[in-house]
Design a protein around this ligand. Structure first.
Ligand SMILES: Cc1ncc(COP(=O)(O)O)c(C=O)c1O
Ligand SMILES: [Zn+2]
Length: 412
């Protein structure tokens, strides 16, 4: 690993590595309760690889070249990342988009992109000597922390809204996490986790607060660029809630540009549900930060946040990349679930399928050209939220176990 500093995304102040430091001390004074995180810190590696490592992207050797951990034995033995970039020929044909790829992050161990962040955060927690890591989550970040914690022997304490989908809750409990079900929203869980970490000395993995979450999430972008190295994507669609996955993707592409492995940044397009579209609204208004949406609601529970905590950095990265931000309806998100599954074999939860809904919208709005090289980041598996997916299909009537009934069923 090369050494690194932590740089504030708002004032550019730099700090040396410090386990107790989560956000920029100067910008933190501007923090308003429940507002987007002020002074989010990004890792700034002193040296970046000028050549692709020989290892596979999920191998520790590959990660070591790009990520700021110093003890490879602290990295959980869980095979996080290294997910496929699928050319999706049937989806290309159906949409008349000959250069479309699916980054299938449903294949991470706990079923979502969030494993990438947890892998690095838990490795750093071990390096720093913490035995407990806590996070607030709509469900997936918690599952990711619980899975990585289980593989590593680090205790995970997770704060989730009491309304989190059943599968996500059960998954957490099976991984053995200490689950705190908060009677309130994700935003309430976020603030409670923050207070608990302060009070009890736990390491805080909250997104947009712990600098290693964005850094860990950058590996999705590294892998996309690695797989497409001869010609990188023009545009990447990123399902967005707090805005950390998008910031992570930006960080990955930016590191590659800085190190000389990538010629230019792709445009990054944030996709949010209409009912939870703080970042999209701020982007359209030309604002640098968000106005909270107190009654945020969407079928895409993972994208439902009143205050996108990483909004300031996310908006900055969207604009720097000359990307965009689109809002999609819950119906569009739901329709995208079977459409994606039927044309690619990839079954996504509503948040993951939102990337495809966003592509439809961006095509209508003329944000993306038909000949462009497009990547959809599919961030979470459909098995996480079967009740949502079940709204999009009709159950066939049961048939008696005889051939005649089957013939009748098919009109044969
Ligand atoms: C499956 C999935 N997709 C997308 C997101 C949005 O990520 P972010 O909140 O970093 O924007 C989440 C966040 O929970 C998620 O779980
Ligand atoms: Zn600052």
């Amino acid at each position: 690993m090369s050494s690194f500093r932590l740089r504030c995304c708002e004032c550019d102040r730099e700090y040396s590595e410090n386990p107790a430091l989560l956000v920029c001390e100067a910008c933190a004074t501007l923090q308003t309760p429940g507002g987007p995180t002020r002074g989010v810190l990004e890792v700034r590696l002193d040296e970046l690889p000028a050549e692709w490592p020989k290892a596979r992207p999920s191998d520790t050797d590959f990660l070591e070249a790009f990520l700021p951990f110093s003890d490879p034995s602290a990295v959980a033995p869980l095979d996080v990342g290294g997910t496929p970039l699928l050319p999706a020929p049937r989806l290309r044909e159906a949409l008349d988009l000959p250069r479309l790829w699916i980054k299938d992050d449903t294949r991470n161990p706990s079923g979502s992109t969030k494993d990438r962040a947890s892998l690095l955060v838990v490795a750093k927690a071990k390096e720093y000597g913490f035995d407990t890591v806590a996070t607030a989550s709509t469900g997936n970040a918690a599952a990711a922390l619980a899975a990585v914690g289980a593989a590593s022997g680090v205790r995970a304490v997770v704060f989730v809204p009491a309304s989190a989908p059943e599968a996500k809750l059960v998954q957490l409990l099976c991984y053995g996490a200490d689950v705190v079900r908060v009677q309130g929203s994700y935003d309430d869980a976020f603030d409670l986790c923050l207070a608990a970490c302060d009070a009890f000395g736990w390491y805080n993995r909250n997104t947009a607060l712990n600098p290693f979450t964005i850094e860990g999430k950058k590996t999705a972008a590294l892998e996309v660029a690695f797989a497409m190295s001869s010609e990188p994507p023009d545009v990447v669609f990123v399902p967005t809630g707090d805005g950390a996955i998008l910031a992570g993707a930006a960080k990955g592409f930016e590191d590659l540009v800085r190190g000389g492995l990538l010629a230019r940044m792709p445009r990054l397009v944030a996709v949010q549900p209409e009912g939870s579209a703080g970042i999209v609204t701020a982007y359209r208004d030309g604002a640098e930060s968000v106005t909270p949406v107190p009654d945020a609601a969407s079928v895409a529970d993972s994208l439902t946040v009143a205050t996108p905590r990483n909004a300031i950095l996310c908006l900055k990265r969207i604009r720097e990349s000359e990307g965009g931000a689109v809002a999609v309806s819950d119906d569009e998100i739901l329709e995208a679930i079977p459409f994606l599954a039927r044309h690619t074999g990839v079954f996504a939860e509503p948040a993951g399928a939102a990337a495809l809904a966003g592509l439809h919208r961006a095509l209508e709005d003329g944000l993306v050209g038909r000949d462009e090289r497009i990547v959809l980041l599919i961030t979470g598996t459909g098995l996480k939220d079967v009740p949502a997916a079940s709204r999009t299909v009709e159950r066939p009537e049961p048939v008696p176990p005889d051939l005649e009934a089957v013939a009748k069923r098919f009109g044969l």
